[in-house]
Write a protein that binds this ligand. Structure first.
Ligand SMILES: Cc1cc2nc3c(=O)[nH]c(=O)nc-3n(C[C@H](O)[C@H](O)[C@H](O)COP(=O)(O)O)c2cc1C
Length: 149
């Protein structure tokens, strides 16, 4: 099982979420790569079984500028059957909280992924509970079966 975690983070909050998701996926036995979306090639995403994509929100509920190339390049892909989760940090004092998470989720759904968990939206840096939520999402995106509660 191969998992990629690609993210955009300016001040490190979304990066912390990315690292927690990667840790969860590794715990589940996946081979994991973590990439800053700025350096990542969207075209390589279809080489992975599990895909986690995250970005903070900028402007007036917008994707970060440095994430746009990656986002636009996604459109050429067919990601049918891939497990995916979307995540990002934001600030509830802005009118559209964590809009990037919704924008990326919509795109990935169009490309055919199976979303293994609802998009993870965090205010500023993730709390301990939110780090655990990210780890759980990492395990799920790596193909682990959800615990029955
Ligand atoms: C100019 C500017 C615009 C922002 N716009 C939004 C926004 O529309 N919605 C939101 O939820 N957060 C917004 N934020 C807050 C950031 O997304 C938030 O600080 C986030 O924690 C940054 O994540 P990072 O540490 O991964 O870079 C904005 C921040 C700045 C500086």
């Amino acid at each position: 099982m191969k998992v990629i975690v690609a993210y955009a983070s300016l001040t490190g909050n979304t990066e912390e979420m990315a690292e927690a998701i990667a840790a969860g996926a590794r715990e589940a036995g996946a081979e994991v790569v973590v990439r800053d979306a700025y350096d990542a090639e969207a075209s390589e995403l279809d080489q992975y079984d599990g895909i986690a994509v995250g970005a903070y929100t900028w402007g007036d509920g917008e994707l970060p500028d440095e994430f746009i190339d990656f986002y636009e390049a996604l459109s050429t892909l067919d990601l049918t059957g891939r497990k995916a989760v979307v995540f990002g940090s934001g600030d509830t004092s802005y009118p559209i909280f964590c809009a990037s998470v919704d924008i990326i989720e919509e795109k990935l759904k169009e490309l055919g992924v199976e979303l293994v968990a609802p998009g993870i939206k965090v205010e500023f840096d993730p709390s301990k509970d939110e780090v655990n939520q990210c780890k759980t999402a990492g395990r799920l995106v790596a193909g682990a079966v959800p615990a029955v509660s």
